[in-house]
Design a protein around this ligand. Structure first.
Ligand code: NDP
Length: 287
């Protein structure tokens, strides 16, 4: 058989990208599945995005991830966008379909897979409270609604941002039992909540001592507490929940699964999840 040294390319476009750890787990997956693929962290300034996408097409790249500041800005340069990414209004993963570049959003899907696989909870019919109304919150809320939650209460500090997200989802998702409450003072989590999510950046490195201003004392001890913050994986919120005997789900789970879902979108292969989890944990020094 003639030699084939051609490598397939994927990667992430962002600014900055140096500390983005997704490539570590994707490259581990490529090695494990015997694929001659490379994942490149490519620094692209905002005014370079159009040229970068032309480059993605010219290089025949199999797919790309997008991170800050390109997740929304990339939309006009794509050939099509999946239904949920269109509702979220942001793309974190692009896959190829022939010559077409299709935008997807795997953040919320990754979160849901963590809820299902790592925490063993089916979100359908569940009552959820979510802190936050930024990009991560919008992705998580969209997928929770599509998964059939019974009630989704969004609690956010900025009233305008929270109300506008809730209105957008009500207008764009067919069945959307979603409502908004301003976050004023300490938010007391009631006793009928099944899943409590922190989708704010409170607790994110370097502010690791920060904790969302919430009171868990009235919540049920079987309420699942999930945090989107992955650095550090054990946030003060998750620590407080664990001390109350509540099950917890850390942000690494969401991060790994957005990557495993992306791997499958790009390669068509089942993702070696454990290998990807181990590679990410090792890269982040949490093994
Ligand atoms: P955004 O900047 O889009 O949104 C930030 C959110 O946090 C807003 O709702 C904001 O409220 C809220 N917030 C920030 N500071 C405070 C504060 N002091 N008190 C109350 N609320 C606050 O960020 P993203 O949505 O992109 O990211 C949110 C978190 O999710 C980050 O920690 C990020 O690392 C994490 N993330 C994790 C992923 C994973 O795979 N695990 C993937 C993507 C994100 P307001 O509207 O009032 O400003």
């Amino acid at each position: 058989m003639p030699a084939n040294y051609k490598a397939e390319l994927v990667g992430v476009l962002g600014y900055p990208v140096a500390e983005n750890p997704t490539g570590v787990m994707q490259e581990a997956a490529f090695r494990a599945t015997g694929l001659n693929w490379r994942y490149l962290n490519i620094e692209v300034k905002p005014d370079g995005l159009a040229d970068a996408i032309t480059g993605v097409r010219a290089f025949g790249m199999q797919g790309i991830n997008l991170t800050i500041p390109h997740k929304v800005a990339v939309l006009p340069y794509l050939d099509d966008v999946s239904g949920d990414a269109a509702v979220i209004g942001a793309v974190n993963t692009v896959r190829r379909e022939g010559d077409q570049l299709i935008g997807e959003n795997t953040d919320g899907k990754g979160f849901l897979r963590g809820v299902r696989v790592d925490a063993g909870m089916d979100p359908s019919g569940k009552r959820v409270v979510m802190l936050g109304a930024g990009g991560a919150a919008r992705a998580i809320a969209t997928e929770l609604l599509l998964a059939g939650v019974e009630d989704l209460l969004v609690v956010n500090r900025s009233v305008a941002r929270g109300e506008s997200m809730v209105k957008h989802l009500k207008d764009n998702v067919a069945r959307s039992p979603i409502r908004f409450e301003p976050w004023q003072g300490t938010y007391r989590v009631p006793d009928d909540v099944d899943l409590f999510v922190n989708a704010t950046s409170v607790g994110l490195y370097p502010d690791v001592d920060a904790m969302p201003d919430v009171d868990l004392s009235a919540a049920r001890t079987d309420m699942l507490v999930a945090d989107a913050v992955f650095n550090p994986p054990t946030t003060r919120l998750l620590d407080a929940a664990t001390k109350r005997g509540m099950p917890v789900l850390d942000g690494l789970s969401m991060l790994v699964y957005q990557g495993t879902i992306g791997f499958t979108m790009w390669t068509g292969l089942e993702a070696p999840e454990q290998i990807m989890k181990d590679a990410l944990a090792e890269a982040l020094g949490v093994k």
